[in-house]
Design a protein. Structure first.
Length: 325
């Protein structure tokens, strides 16, 4: 494989085995060995290791600043989120909380935040648990009220949704609402969910931008492409109704795809499919360049995982390795 002398590699790395004292050492050693392939998708991990309990920090899905005079915390910004999904819930936007940017947090579970070095000291271990916040429109106790919230343990999904919405708003403003925008974060279930959520509400736009910058790959690009390439055959017109495309839900305007150096694996393949099928232009930087595939891990006796690349994709004549979209 890759013209590597694997017997020599075995002897080279076997000399280091006596110094393996922890599963992390073994993972590193195996990673260096498989790295001799000079290939992507060579993953090593898992295995038996001591469990380290993690105390989750409760997060409120907001940004704060500290009032220097009262040492209370002012809410500068609340991330909107999508509260019907537990993974993208924004605690301060839950029903009944009724706080807004500009309000102050005075206490958490009856502990005045002015007595704490940091707001988050009172939120350690509170993710997924009810917490009582004392809030007010001004940094004083007069007129304050208590609200119950349930903190989350990860704000990254909220920041992602916020970024996507800002892009949608930007495109809408610049085009007078005529061009749609959607971002596909990966080519797995989350990416397919995002595509479905954003594509169909924008299907009557005059044009569409499909953003796969930072797409981490996966395997669903054929499903997305099949939907985007659906061609109009005829139009159905009903009495007193709006004309409908046939097949239904067919996008009829021009499209373009945004790419960058972090469009990887199936995120490489998607723009290749898009361009090859003539669906539109590619805009951005050359993609990551790692189109190669893996299947299940090789079984290791301690439950570890050891992936090796097993297949790649080629042009229709079988001659050109499609490494970059």
């Amino acid at each position: 494989m890759n013209a590597v002398d694997w017997k020599a590699m075995r002897d080279k790395y076997a000399a280091l085995v006596p110094f393996v004292n922890h599963r992390n050492d073994l993972t590193y050693l195996l990673g260096e060995l498989i790295g001799e392939l000079n290939s992507g998708h060579t993953y090593v991990g898992g295995g038996e290791r001591p469990g380290t309990p993690r105390i989750k920090l409760g997060l409120l899905g907001a940004e704060f600043s500290r009032d220097s005079a009262t040492r209370t915390y002012r809410i500068e910004r609340i991330l909107p989120g999508e509260n019907w999904n537990k993974h993208t819930r924004s605690p301060l936007t839950d029903v009944g909380v009724n706080v807004k940017a500009g309000d102050y947090i005075l206490a958490i579970n009856n502990t005045p935040v002015s007595s704490l070095p940091n707001l988050y000291d009172a939120l350690i271990g509170t993710a997924g648990k009810q917490v009582i916040l004392r809030v007010n429109s001004k940094p004083t106790d007069a007129g304050a009220r208590d609200v119950t919230v349930v903190p989350i343990d990860d704000e990254a999904p909220l920041y992602y949704l916020d970024w996507v919405q800002k892009n949608i708003d930007y495109v809408t403003k610049k085009t007078g609402g005529e061009i749609g925008y959607l971002h596909i974060p990966d080519m797995g279930r989350p990416g397919l969910d995002e595509f479905t959520k954003l594509y169909f509400p924008q299907i009557r736009k005059h044009a569409l931008i499909v953003d796969v910058r930072g797409n981490g790959g996966g395997f669903v690009s054929p499903l997305v492409i099949e939907r985007l390439r659906r061609a109009l055959v005829m139009v159905g017109i009903a009495r007193n109704g709006m004309p409908q495309t046939d097949p239904s839900q067919t996008f009829t305007g021009p499209m373009a795809t945004l790419i960058n150096e972090f469009s990887a694996s199936d995120g490489d393949i998607f723009p290749y499919r898009f361009k090859t099928l003539g669906l539109g232009k590619l805009i951005g930087k050359r993609t990551w360049g790692g189109v190669i595939g893996i299947r299940e891990s090789l079984p290791l006796m301690d439950g570890g995982q050891f992936f090796k690349p097993e297949f790649a994709v080629y042009s229709k004549d079988g001659k050109q390795w499609i490494i970059e979209g």
